[in-house]
Design a protein around this ligand. Structure first.
Ligand SMILES: C[S@@+](CC[C@H](N)C(=O)[O-])C[C@H]1O[C@@H](n2cnc3c(N)ncnc32)[C@H](O)[C@@H]1O
Length: 477
């Protein structure tokens, strides 16, 4: 005879509808429920909900089900602000109270440290939340597409839509189709107006959107960068070729309708890769860059430069990293993966010298220019791949650091970089990360040398499951 557990597992079959009580948030913003211990993930559900869902994937240890109906709503639910919520992949947690989002992020960081890092007793502080939870993004990258995705409401309306032109965001998991967005609450308000005016203008002009399958069309991306602390606003139109007449016409429209736009850039990308980077960049009007401020420092940001997308919370993040480093005036600091030198410049005034290392040459050029423009003279920036560059020779050339701050991309640090940190064993070590999973994995490799003193999550991305986390490490004696 089958045990209850097996009977229950067997009724979680592909295609069946089941009722579930949602327990908690899980990885990637999904939620988790159990049927006698067997885990079922449901996207869009909230802990405390009772839901009806249809199973679409069934594996040995877990299943995934699509949310069909919320039978009893969780008290953590709030009304989403955006009409595209549920279809757009931009922000999946608009229906969750912000305090609950912050708690879920703290929990996800803790779980990463326990499961990926093996740090059972890790101390993870409550997430530092944002004051501004809408309109906080200083950069939005919209895509043009010859393949428009219709929302369930648009389909139900019975209206006919031209599906051959869209400007907006990709629907999750779909490489081809783009949702034609007429509002977005992540950037400040003018961005939505520029988005709609650009669509109208392009359609009037008969400019073709990019067709991902055929690799044809003119319009590829619309990237908007609006500084949080200055009035600078950049429009970067990414096209499949340079056409000065078209750019002059588009510039005319912007200058008449949007005097707040301080610069227009045209990036040309003729390659097949769907990226807003390109082989050439033309400044159509204005300086071709924007300036934004973090703390007392002003940063010049080029169209393709990395800059934290939430300026106000980036300042919180850097303050946390700076405080965790317990800086002293005599310190030599290494800032690994330094981008445009923002952390280096932020901490420079407190220490003797900072050495920043970064892969992208343009970012290093920006870092040097940013340091000079802010009157900072005690930073050295080097460009190159840390995996190859971060060697004993590098340390001989630049000196042994007292403090090491690292802020790698989502993939985390290369094992060779981790090995070099283990050899160097600087007295103070702070690991900033946008991916607690890889952060915990890397720190596990260093567990013989460093204990995790405390982890501070900082929320730069309200309404998404993304989180920045700062780990303060203590060198073992
Ligand atoms: C998360 S960003 C951090 C930037 C900076 N700390 C900030 O707050 O703006 C990670 C940086 O690592 C750089 N990077 C990626 N792989 C690298 C590598 N192998 N060696 C050196 N830098 C790398 C990227 O270009 C990017 O600028």
């Amino acid at each position: 005879m089958l045990s209850t557990r097996h009977r229950t597992r067997n009724d979680v079959k592909r295609g069946t509808e089941i009722e579930l009580d949602i327990e908690k948030f899980a990885d990637r913003g999904k939620s988790l429920a159990r049927r006698d211990g067997y885990v079922v993930f449901v996207a869009g559900a909230v802990p405390g909900d009772r839901v009806r869902a249809r199973v679409f994937k069934r594996k040995k240890t877990y299943a995934e089900a699509r949310l069909l109906e919320v039978l009893t709503p969780s008290p953590l639910r709030v009304e989403p602000r955006c009409r595209y919520f549920g279809t757009c992949g931009g922000c999946k947690w608009q229906h969750v109270a912000y305090a609950a989002q912050l708690e879920a992020k703290q929990q996800s960081v803790r779980e990463a440290f326990v499961h990926q890092g093996g740090f059972e007793d890790v101390s993870v502080r409550p997430t530092l939340g944002a004051e501004q939870i809408y309109g906080y993004r200083n950069k939005m990258e919209f895509s043009f597409s010859a393949d428009r995705w219709l929302t369930p409401e648009e389909i139900a309306s019975g209206e006919s839509f031209d599906t051959g032109f869209a400007l907006g965001l990709h629907v999750p998991g779909n490489f081809y189709k783009v949702l034609d967005l007429h509002e977005c609450h992540l950037p400040p308000a003018p961005c939505g107006e520029i988005l709609n005016a650009t669509r109208r203008f392009a359609r009037q002009q008969g400019w073709a959107p990019w067709d991902v399958r055929r690799h044809t069309g003119f319009l590829r991306h619309l990237v908007l960068r609006q500084a949080a602390k200055t009035d600078d606003l950049m429009v970067n139109l990414v096209t499949n070729g340079y056409d000065p007449d078209r750019m002059a016409a588009y510039a005319g429209m912007l200058q008449t309708q949007f005097p707040a736009v301080t610069t227009l850039v045209n990036t040309v990308n003729t390659g097949v890769a769907q990226t807003a980077f390109g082989e050439a960049m033309h400044t159509i009007y204005g300086p071709g860059v924007i300036r934004d401020r973090i703390g007392p420092y002003t940063f010049e940001i080029a169209a393709n430069a990395f800059f934290q997308t939430n300026t106000a919370q980036a300042e919180r993040l850097y303050e946390v990293a700076r405080d965790a480093a317990e800086l002293r005036p005599s310190d030599l600091v290494y800032d690994l993966y330094c981008g445009a030198g923002t952390i280096s410049i932020f901490v420079a005034v407190h220490v003797a010298h900072v050495v920043g290392v970064e892969l992208v040459q343009e970012a290093v050029d920006n870092a040097r220019a940013n340091a000079a423009a802010n009157g900072i003279t005690n930073c050295t920036f080097r460009s190159g791949d840390l995996m190859r560059m971060f060697t004993p020779e590098f340390v001989r050339a630049h000196g042994r650091p007292d403090v090491l701050i690292t802020d790698p991309p989502r993939a985390g640090m290369h094992p060779k970089v981790v090995e070099q940190i283990a050899r160097l064993r600087p007295e103070r070590f702070v690991y900033v990360s946008c991916n607690p999973q890889t952060q915990a994995r890397d720190l596990r490799l260093l567990a013989d040398h460093y204990a995790v003193e405390v982890v501070q999550p900082v929320d730069l991305f309200p309404h998404t499951h993304h989180i920045e986390s700062v780990a303060k490490l203590r060198r073992r004696s």
